[in-house]
Design a protein around this ligand. Structure first.
Ligand SMILES: NC(=O)c1ccc[n+]([C@@H]2O[C@H](COP(=O)([O-])OP(=O)(O)OC[C@H]3O[C@@H](n4cnc5c(N)ncnc54)[C@H](O)[C@@H]3O)[C@@H](O)[C@H]2O)c1
Length: 375
């Protein structure tokens, strides 16, 4: 299985994956519309770089003809193309549904309508499908809480509460059998995407694998998209000598997984031979506080900007979520290798070699506030 189509192959994960697979002897086709939010107005350099290592088809996944053209002679499809901003998805609802859901259904329908050799489908899903994920309550045992109460958030009481005792619950590693509780349109989209891919895989007898990524970071991530990637957002703040605003109290945690590890998880899925249709978490398994991320970055850039904890909060944000990675280790033989301290250093070294991007974060905050998404 040497011919691989990567939708969204020009993006952060897609580009790293294309380079890796090209170096390992695969023939890569990319279908990507080079969306301006991610690639800016003039993506000439990206086009040039990708054309050297792949067949680049510039087009939209919602375009059935482009999809049919792209899937001819492919053995595997890796579907990465998506709109990815959790906050943005809460007010650009039609657009997110259109790209993420209609894009996936157009791609899948093209498989049905085209003569093809596809033997495997891999879809990039997200931890966003779980929302808050798995918690433990002394009184009730395992819990899968819905979004936090507005009254608590307004009173700056940010931890997730037991529905019975109202005491703080302990966040624990979220496994794949945890309840699906998305807190955002994006999270809902990712769930629908993966379920469509798994279902079609089953009905066509094609292996289908959904990888639920945690927060992916590392060299190559977009420094210009203010809607995703807190390492990028904080870095752009710092390099423009702007202070960092941290929402809530800074003690919210995220599971950060380094780009090379994510590529390894996809490669393990490509190589797997006995998975029919299944779902795997891809994360480091550890929660890292957002305030610690900001402090580490400030130190690494040798900056003296201020880190302000604002106590404000965003609709759709979760408090904690980190992956239970036992299943991906057992079935894919995959385990993340890069610890956060090494990964963040590599990221900073890479950022220091890039042009300093204009800080568009403030604009995005104004947009989110105007839509009532920051409180
Ligand atoms: N980066 C993360 O932290 C993370 C976490 C969980 C899941 N994911 C998922 O992984 C996938 C890749 O993420 P990424 O970080 O590389 O995102 P990215 O935004 O860097 O890349 C997405 C790519 O898709 C392309 N695209 C967008 N709309 C398209 C359309 N309508 N038609 C064709 N191409 C289109 C964009 O031009 C871009 O090149 C996404 O599906 C995302 O939801 C990413």
């Amino acid at each position: 299985m040497k011919n691989i189509l990567i939708t969204g192959g020009a993006g952060f994960i897609g580009k790293a994956l294309t380079k890796f697979l090209y170096c390992n002897g695969y023939n890569i086709t990319i279908l990507d519309n080079l969306s301006t939010q991610i690639h800016g107005e003039n993506p000439k350099q990206t086009i040039r770089e990708l054309q050297e290592i792949s067949k680049l088809i510039i087009g939209d996944v919602r375009d059935a003809e482009k999809c049919s053209q792209s899937i001819k002679n492919q053995d595997i499809i890796i579907h990465l193309a998506a709109e990815t901003g959790t906050g943005q998805s809460m007010y650009k609802i039609n657009h997110y549904n259109d790209v993420n859901i209609m894009g996936t259904s157009t791609l899948l329908e093209s498989i049905l309508n085209t003569s093809h050799n596809i033997q495997k489908l891999i879809i990039a899903s997200s931890r966003a499908v779980y929302g808050e994920g798995k918690y433990y309550s002394q009184k009730l045992g395992f819990q899968y809480p819905l979004s936090r109460s507005e009254i608590n958030l307004k009173n700056h009481d940010f931890e997730v509460k037991c529905p019975s005792s109202n005491l703080n619950m302990e966040a624990i590693n979220t496994d794949e059998l945890s309840k699906i509780n998305p807190n955002s349109i994006y999270g809902m989209n990712k769930y629908q995407q993966e379920q469509m891919v798994l279902l079609l895989g089953k009905s066509l007898d094609i292996s289908a694998i959904s990888l639920r990524f945690q927060n992916v970071y590392g060299p190559g991530q977009s420094l210009s998209n203010p809607y995703t990637g807190i390492l990028s957002v904080f870095s752009t703040n710092i390099l423009n000598s702007n202070n960092i605003e941290i929402y809530e109290d800074g003690n919210q945690t995220r599971d950060f997984i380094y780009i090379d590890d994510v590529i390894e998880s996809i490669f393990s899925s490509i190589k797997s031979s006995d998975i029919q249709q299944d779902i795997f978490n891809v994360g480091s398994g550890k929660g890292i506080k957002v305030i610690d991320v900001a402090r580490k970055l400030r130190d690494l850039y040798n900056s003296s900007i201020e880190i302000n904890i604002s106590g404000r909060y965003r609709v759709g944000d979760i408090r904690h979520n980190f992956a239970d990675v036992k299943k991906s280790k057992a079935y894919l033989g995959f385990e993340s290798k890069t610890d956060f301290d090494s990964g963040i250093k590599n990221f900073v070294k890479w950022v220091e070699c890039q042009d300093v991007m204009m800080d568009r974060y403030k604009e995005s905050v104004i947009e989110l506030k105007n839509k009532g998404m920051i409180k």
